[in-house]
Design a binder for this molecule. Structure first.
Ligand SMILES: [Mn+2]
Length: 368
């Protein structure tokens, strides 16, 4: 059986909504042409309550994918998957992946095992939908889904594990905490492609650019795994070009920095891009004066590129770097996410169950 794994398409992602659509669609339809089963690894939508238009777009896309799969003799139910952290809602609230499952467009694998017979093979899929990372360690041993006997077993999840981040956090689960007995572990959530344990644990990365990190320069795409030959192939899709450069300074004058940035931008724009590129210029090192004296206003790529200038000058000490990182995270989070995180934190000291706190929060936040 050929199993395709597509994850983190983020349909409805506001910054690059057209890219999320085009690239997510390309990955899912290409996978539908080649695979007997298509697995979605979560964060298919960017929001837990997507716009109606986005829901319809994905519903139609899955219909089209299923039709393609049916025509080449793929295997019913064709599409299976889990919700990601972006789609996660309280236990009694409907998330968009469960909605698509209710509509018969896919099967929801959250805490379930589905065994499929295909030709002479038995292949089983178990899943765990996205959770706050600090709750995973507790959740893994309590799962009801488990590997099926005499089958090739897949476990699908959507989390950060200790091994995936440069500074491991004790509260996070490790690869060793994953349920044993599966042949392949497929993980969403991390937006760059990674492989661990000799290819038994595969992270396909996202299909759209979201973080503009160095590691996102590598191709985006999906995995196609042949359960007979036990060969996993990464299939790239065509994406908007991305380039990131770092400019280092040593006690530079603000006018000098501005000149160097403008020159670098001209150089970047002079390259032949297949499409309007995403460019990130990172400034590091030190200035001869305060950072506030540096004026980078008006430096723009106009219509020629999506440009971000990341000014890290003078901020070389660790404490400042960390608080900046925290601020960046806070800025990316919605007020709802911030409120939820705060309540979860405070619920620990108040002796309130974190899950219960979340349910109450959702009930009162009235996002609908
Ligand atoms: Mn994601």
């Amino acid at each position: 059986m050929k199993v395709a794994f597509v994850s983190d398409t983020h349909f409805g992602y506001p910054r690059f909504e057209a890219d999320a659509s085009a690239q997510g669609r390309a990955a899912i339809l290409d996978a539908a042409k080649r695979a007997d089963i298509l697995i979605l690894g979560g964060d298919i939508f960017d929001h837990r309550i997507p716009k109606m238009e986005t829901l319809l777009e994905v519903a139609k896309l899955l219909q089209e994918a299923k039709k393609t799969m049916h025509e080449h003799g793929a295997c019913s139910p064709y599409i299976l998957g889990i919700h990601g952290t972006h789609e996660r809602r309280a236990k009694d609230a409907l998330n968009p992946i469960a909605l698509l499952a209710h509509l018969g467009l896919m099967e929801d694998l959250h805490n379930k095992t589905t065994t499929i017979k295909f030709n002479d093979e038995r292949v089983a899929f178990s899943g765990l939908g996205g959770l706050p990372d600090d709750l995973v360690k507790e959740a893994l041993p309590r799962l009801a889904c488990k590997p099926a006997p005499d089958a090739v077993n897949f476990f699908i999840f959507h989390q950060t594990l200790r091994e995936f981040i440069p500074v491991p956090l004790d509260a996070y689960a490790s690869i060793d905490d994953l349920p044993s007995g599966h042949d392949y572990y497929l993980c969403g959530h991390i937006h760059a492609r990674k492989e661990y344990r000799g290819g038994k644990l595969l992270l396909s990365g996202s299909t759209v650019m979201t973080q503009q990190k160095e590691e996102e320069k590598s191709p985006k795409g999906y995995y196609l795994i042949d359960t007979v030959s036990r060969h996993a192939e990464f299939i790239p899709i065509s994406t908007r070009p991305f380039e990131m450069v770092e400019l280092k300074f040593d006690k530079a004058k603000p006018s000098e920095v501005r000149q160097v940035v403008e020159k670098e931008l001209q150089k970047l724009l002079a390259q032949k891009w297949a499409d309007k590129p995403i460019l990130r210029i990172r400034l590091s090192g030190s200035l001869s004066c305060a950072n506030s004296d540096l004026d980078l206003s008006g430096i723009g790529a106009g219509e020629e590129a999506f440009l971000t200038i990341d000014n890290q000058l003078d901020g070389a000490n660790l404490a400042e770097g960390l608080s900046q990182l925290k601020m960046e995270r806070m800025n990316r989070a919605t007020p709802l996410e911030l409120g939820m995180a705060l309540l979860r934190e405070n619920s620990k000291t108040a002796g309130l169950d974190a899950k219960r706190a979340e349910e109450m929060f959702e009930r009162f936040s009235k996002e609908e």
